[in-house]
Design a protein around this ligand. Sequence first.
Ligand code: NAI
Length: 342
Amino acid sequence: MSHKVTLIPGDGIGPEVTQAVVRILEATGVKFEWETFAVGADAYQKYGEYIPQDVIESIERTRVALKGPVTTPVGGGFPSINVALRKKFDLYANFRPIRNLPHIPTRYPDVDLIIIRENTEGLYSGLEHEVVPGVVESLKIMTEKACTRIARFAFEYARKNSRKKIHAIHKANIMKLSDGLFLRCAREVAKQYPEITYGEHIVDNTCMQLVMNPYQYDMLVMENLYGDILSDLCAAFVGGLGFVPSANLGDNCAIFEAVHGSAPDIAGKNLANPTALLRSALLMVRHLGEHDASTQIRNALERVYRHREKLTRDIGGQAGTAEFADAIIEEMQKATPEPART
Ligand code: NAI
């Protein structure tokens, strides 16, 4: 059986890390049929659209996409393609596990935190206008429906995966209505999961608490912007942005991508660490039911980190993106038993 997957290599370091990950996935022997598309500035140049209709139709068909990062212009230009795709497919839950890989020296060992970020509203609604010259209004949209479903997603995940504790992260002391609604919904949902300890922390305090002692948290659920910021902060616990995967999950489809962006400072130089996208691909492979392939890749990845000979520069190695991928494929091949001779 082969899996049809929409592939969006993205831009910046996107094509490099995507190519590395596709090679590793294909080395498992699992068959993938990639439907590959450009989005963002590249697509606009070629087709006059930032998200060509073909991409939308492909995701509607395959219901699974693997996506590299896409650059969003700062302070003007076109709106975020990443946000647009999440909204288009109502991928309301952004699942971001923050876990150390063994054998990598990091600021904190054995971190195991999960960030659940609401993905469709908040300040990312993109509703901004200039009221009068020099005065801009940016609307933070919060709905009971979206707040309740993200809280429910978090508690359901916790129940199914034996997680013990969820903190709702907020700023309801200042944004009394919007974050207040978020908290009200989270509290209502929490009542239905008495086995899971529920807590609430204000977002600024959470930043300090995380840096002081990340082990005090188990799962964090929050609206869009706080989730974006805290994910990068937490990435620093486990080696940096080169390590943290994510899954954008909805009721009908899923897009798997790394937490990091297009990293223009290192793009095109064979310097990017593909581990974050590879770990996102592992989430995808398990979503597709290919558990053996996931284990095969994870074991090879851990062996490459244990040997420390082919590490990328972000964690002090000398290997390029492609050599790192080669090393993983080599480890997978070593571990594959020889077929029996007849
Ligand atoms: P970034 O995540 O691209 O880079 C931040 C820092 O981390 C840079 O120093 C970069 O070199 C490093 N880094 C990131 N990924 C790495 C990797 N795989 N290996 C080694 N080092 C890595 O964040 P930045 O610079 O704020 O954003 C650049 C662009 O990416 C922006 O246009 C932003 O909008 C976009 N972006 C796209 C995302 C997506 O497509 N999902 C997510 C975040 C940002």
